[in-house]
Write a protein that binds this ligand. Sequence first.
Ligand SMILES: NC(=O)c1ccc[n+]([C@@H]2O[C@H](COP(=O)([O-])OP(=O)(O)OC[C@H]3O[C@@H](n4cnc5c(N)ncnc54)[C@H](OP(=O)(O)O)[C@@H]3O)[C@@H](O)[C@H]2O)c1
Length: 289
Amino acid sequence: MVRPDGARLTGPMTAGTTLVLGSTGKTGRRVVRALRSRGVPTRAASRSAETHFDWNDRATWPAVLRDVRAAYLVAPEEPDLAAEFVKTATAAGVERFVVLSGRGVDVWAQRAGADQSMIAAERAVRDSGAEWAIMRANNFAQNFSEDLYHAPLLAGRLALPTGGVPEPFVDADDLAEVAVALLTEDGHAGRTYELSGPRALGYAEAVDIIARASGRRMRFVELTPEQYEAELRADGVEDPWVGLYTSLFEVTREGLLAEPVDGVRQVLDREPTDFESYVAAAVAAGAWR
Ligand SMILES: NC(=O)c1ccc[n+]([C@@H]2O[C@H](COP(=O)([O-])OP(=O)(O)OC[C@H]3O[C@@H](n4cnc5c(N)ncnc54)[C@H](OP(=O)(O)O)[C@@H]3O)[C@@H](O)[C@H]2O)c1
């Protein structure tokens, strides 16, 4: 639609299909659920999702892009693939990208050996000529119930080199709500939102809250970076991953992620979910049974 002065008007993006990559992951599956509950036609894609998509198999790309107007992008491990995919997607008619990224990524991606996947995905959409919005998230609360920290907690001991520096963990349900707003509403084009929970808490405090709420014995052990690296190697973690995990905690120890930020309030006009509420919901769902 074109205004009399020639400017293009874009309505809320509810027509066309919305593509969700990483749709079986912590944020993606919540984004799919939230979009569908609002009646937005949604294509859920990943290697094991209802629509098959593999970053490493370009033959799977065209089908996921058919009739898509907006896409939620979880960065591929291989950084160069993001730009190639975004180029293919814009040529196929995708008008809007929402990228999941990490807080402080512009600082830590410059370090030797640092993971480049998220900064490359950000660059790909910024350079695309399409509308874009970026979500720079703190570490997710759900890491304790669905990811890296879950198995150690069930075994009773989570040991990390955090330097005692607290972090305002962000709830993946809040991230999904933000993603839906950025995918479907106007007014976010060209914006980069920093997203955290409402309060910074140390990992020891976080584990204590989970232990009390779940009734399980769990403790947090503070490690030196050298001890952490030795534990990762003893667990059979291989080289690039050892480097990645240890560099992530450098960022934590430097305090780059420690201050709460107001991106959730900016987008959703409400406070972010606090850690205790996340834990209560996860306990009710049987996360640490
Ligand atoms: N966890 C955190 O605290 C945190 C904080 C800030 C930023 N981030 C960023 O968030 C992103 C991860 O998002 P998430 O936690 O929502 O996802 P996730 O739980 O890590 O799951 C990864 C998703 O990607 C899909 N996937 C993996 N390899 C694929 C491939 N080759 N082709 C197609 N799909 C593939 C997986 O599905 P299939 O296995 O079915 O393919 C899954 O849906 C990463 O970029 C991470 O750096 C994480």
